[in-house]
Design a protein around this ligand. Structure first.
Ligand SMILES: Nc1ncnc2c1ncn2[C@@H]1O[C@H](COP(=O)(O)OP(=O)(O)OP(=O)(O)O)[C@@H](O)[C@H]1O
Length: 562
């Protein structure tokens, strides 16, 4: 369901999430804000007797302290004023510290929750989300969300200040201040334009996503583009998204400027109304009139803040919708809903597994038994369904029909954690951490140096690593940037072997190696004791003689290689 620009349900969801994150701190902040505004009002009220003393007028205070000298009384009142303002300054200090925590706890909490969702999401959900969307939400939208929280807090602070100081103005001059506040509120409501600001905010989130997408294509395709002089295409796409976002920001900024213009004229008109109405129509005493003007002048800031902050909040709130939408797409299985199960020893089977991606693509009905230590190679045309089969076996995607059976028991959600601990899956372009060779091979599991060197020797990178200045503690750069494609694949294989899996799944995981190197590596792998079952997807036929069985995937069905 598409959300409306300023959606009440979205606002409620945002407030609920913020309240949950802030817990007691939210209530304490509100108490401090009200306390600060009240202390400030007391300070302002103290100005009445000060003004009365300065203009030699009679007032309640001078009657109460009739025996005091004028100068002493003035000093006493100024000391009380200073005390009130000092208390206010301390309250504001406490408020700012508290609100910083509220804002940061909320945004960090949202980020952590989203990352947790990503980490535990079903592969099928994750695969359908664009990377640009995840990046955009985790970076740009989170920053905008932090701004939305700050604005929400500002709105709360400004609204409370307006309420308390407006109340004080009504106390000083009920009719005049009441009329003024009612007119200002009606004008503010009529000219708020929150719907339009919200619509612009939704557009901004969309253009932000396009920008991230364009940036991603520019970075990933730049090398090939440069080689063929095609970089202008990427740049044009990027420039288009830039100008779209700029246009959106310009329109919003113009709205803000227009509102400030209206406010500037309106507040000057109000000041004239107060002075003229108070002096000429209501014939108010001068100290009360001066105080009223002072209160109105102090009110002008919070009222303008309130108006601007509400506009900006409506503009930034759609970021929360983007975060929520991504969380929904993750469809994380409910934590702790199932009791973890053990995995039984024995064969791994696919029984009549169907997994269609739509339009007939995927697995049409696959039967396969992989016995312990058996080595099976699967070949087949591109798009035949080989990777889909490995994904089903790894529990990354669930079959539409049929089952994965391990040791005679059907693999279900409860058994998945234990199953994943017992398999290894290496893909063509493996992920390497921006860390040392050691960290990449052990994946931070405890492991002694001798075991690391032994596995590095097995996959054939020991000589290379010995030549590196830091040996196994050498950093290998972003995604293994300082290594060749084949060396990256060898390191990923080393990590997989060190896990001692019962089933090792290789998806074209050695295709960056030359044929003799691949042969040597497979021979070493098959000589391991204990030896894992190996299921290798490959397009190459030269080394298939090393396998116990060779199968072919044809249009989603697994057949003996013919
Ligand atoms: N997440 C997905 N959504 C929609 N279609 C998909 C998805 N994943 C794969 N497909 C489609 O399913 C079919 C099988 O894909 P799969 O990756 O299993 O093929 P493959 O045999 O491994 O191909 P290749 O040898 O090119 O890697 C392809 O037509 C592919 O386009």
């Amino acid at each position: 369901m598409r959300r409306q620009p300023v959606d009440a349900a979205l606002l409620v969801a945002f407030m609920r999430a913020l309240a949950q994150s802030a817990r007691g701190r939210g209530a304490l902040s509100i108490a401090i804000i009200i306390g600060g505004a009240m202390v400030e009002s007391i300070g302002l009220i103290l100005l009445i007797p000060v003004l009365q003393l300065l203009t030699d007028r009679e007032g309640l205070v001078s009657l109460w302290f009739a025996e005091w000298r004028r100068e002493s009384l003035l000093l006493l009142l100024l000391a009380a004023f200073l005390l009130a303002m000092t208390a206010r300054a301390f309250l504001l200090y406490a408020r700012d510290r508290l609100l910083w925590r509220v804002e940061n706890d909320f945004v960090d909490g949202q980020r952590a929750q989203l990352m947790q969702g990503l980490a535990s999401a079903r592969w099928a959900s994750l695969a359908s989300v664009r990377h640009a969307e995840i990046q955009s939400v985790l970076s740009t939208e989170m920053i905008r969300l932090a701004t939305a929280v700050r604005l929400f807090v500002q709105i709360g602070v400004a609204a409370l200040l307006v309420l308390v100081q407006g109340g004080l103005a009504v106390y000083v001059a009920p009719v005049l201040a009441g009329t003024l506040l009612a007119t200002a509120a009606a004008a503010g409501f009529a000219f708020s334009g929150l719907q339009r600001a919200g619509a612009l905010g939704h557009d901004l989130a969309r253009t932000g996503l396009n920008q991230m997408q364009a940036m991603g294509s520019l970075l990933s395709g730049l090398k090939a583009a440069l080689a063929q002089n095609l970089q202008y295409r990427f740049l044009r796409e990027f420039r288009d998204t830039l100008s779209e976002a700029r246009d959106n920001r310009r329109r919003f900024s113009e709205r803000q400027a227009r509102l400030r213009l209206v406010f500037g004229i309106g507040s000057a008109a109000c000041a004239c109304l107060v002075v003229a109405g108070g002096a000429l129509v209501l014939e108010m005493p001068t100290p009360a009139l001066i105080l009223l003007v002072l209160i109105c002048a102090r009110l002008a800031g919070p009222v303008l803040n309130l108006q601007q902050a509400m506009q900006q909040f409506a503009y930034y709130l759609p970021s929360f919708a983007a975060v929520e939408a991504l969380e929904v797409q993750m469809e994380a299985p409910a934590a702790g809903a199932v009791e973890a199960q053990r995995i039984l020893p024995g064969a791994v089977e696919l029984r009549a597994v169907r997994r269609l991606h739509g339009e007939g693509a995927g697995l049409a009905g696959v039967d396969l038994v992989i016995n312990p230590s058996e080595r099976i190679a699967v070949t087949g045309a591109s798009g035949a369904g080989k990777t889909t089969m490995l994904d089903v076996l790894a529990g990354l995607t669930a079959p539409d029909r049929g089952a994965v059976v391990v040791g005679g028991a059907t693999l279900d959600v409860a058994a998945l954690p234990a199953w994943r601990d017992s398999v290894a899956y290496v893909v063509q372009e493996p992920y390497l951490f921006r860390d040392s060779v050691r960290a990449n091979v052990t994946a931070d599991a405890p492991c002694d140096d001798a075991a690391i060197w032994s596995v590095l020797e097995l996959v054939g990178v020991d000589t290379l690593v010995r030549r590196l200045e830091g040996g196994i503690d050498t950093l290998i750069g972003e995604g293994g940037a300082v290594l060749s494609g084949g060396e990256r694949q060898r390191l990923a294989l080393a990590r997989a072997i060190l896990r001692r899996p019962r089933l090792l799944m290789l998806d074209e995981a050695t295709n960056a190696l030359d044929l003799p190197s691949e042969r040597r590596l497979l021979q070493h792998l098959f000589a391991l004791d204990p030896s894992p079952a190996v299921l290798m997807v490959t397009h190459r036929r030269e080394n298939l003689d090393l396998f116990d069985r060779v199968l072919e995937m044809r249009e989603g069905r697994l057949l003996p290689l013919g």
